[in-house]
Design a protein around this ligand. Structure first.
Ligand code: MP5
Length: 206
């Protein structure tokens, strides 16, 4: 099995995960500050746990995969500081409680490294692809949202996601039927959590 096969088989779920009114309303410039700021704070809390997960993935990855994973961790160092800058600009408190959906996604990531490495590699690719495609699909955004769209939609990040796909494909190639089923379930869980995460921010009223 391959990443492209997963995207094809579950194209409907993938579409729902990456096309959300939240992103479209950023593009239209009509997203409400409370919605955008909720996303920003909750996504920072998500990225903290995502960084921990990527660190743990190194424990299971073959050394031939280290270069790419370490480059991802390097980018995460920059990203976490960038989130802090954005929060300061908007006077947002990052010391905030996780909302239930964010907590659920973080719990999922905490458990991911209990699964075989091919599942971890697939989820890592999928989580990054969700933002790479999600932020690009609405089309060119205007300030202040263009900065956010470019962070995940830029060509260098697109290339990083392609390389993650190649690494996942390499280890997915000969997996057992059991691991294949696990990969499909995990793929669907990430797609659902991505959709729920946008909806969580979209629902924000203060
Ligand atoms: C990403 C993210 C992309 N920031 N938030 C969610 C809910 N899903 C995916 O991860 P990263 O580390 O920001 O590239």
């Amino acid at each position: 099995m391959s990443c492209q096969e997963l995207l094809k088989k579950y194209s409907q779920q993938w579409q729902v995960a990456t096309l959300h009114p939240f992103l479209n309303e950023c593009k239209l410039g009509i997203i409400k500050p409370e919605q955008f700021n909720t996303w920003l704070v909750q996504d920072y809390l998500f990225v903290v746990e995502f960084t921990r997960m990527v660190g743990r993935i190194l424990t299971y990855a073959p050394t031939s995969h280290f270069d790419l994973i370490l480059s991802g961790l390097n980018a995460l160092q920059n990203e976490l500081n960038w989130f802090k800058d954005k929060a300061t600009e908007r006077q947002l408190d990052l010391n905030t409680k996780k909302q239930p959906t964010c907590k659920e996604y973080c719990n999922f990531m905490n458990k991911l490294t209990e699964m075989p490495y091919p599942i971890q590699a697939t989820a890592l690719w999928e989580i990054e692809l969700a933002y790479n495609q999600g932020w690009q699909l609405p089309g060119k955004m205007s300030p202040p949202y263009n900065e956010f769209a470019n962070r995940w939609g830029n060509p260098e990040f697109t290339n990083y996601v392609k390389l993650l796909e190649a690494q996942a494909n390499e280890v997915l190639e000969d997996v057992s039927k059991t691991v294949q089923n696990q990969a499909e379930t995990t793929f669907l869980n990430v797609a659902r959590l991505e959709k729920d995460f946008w909806q969580m921010a979209y629902n924000a009223t203060n």
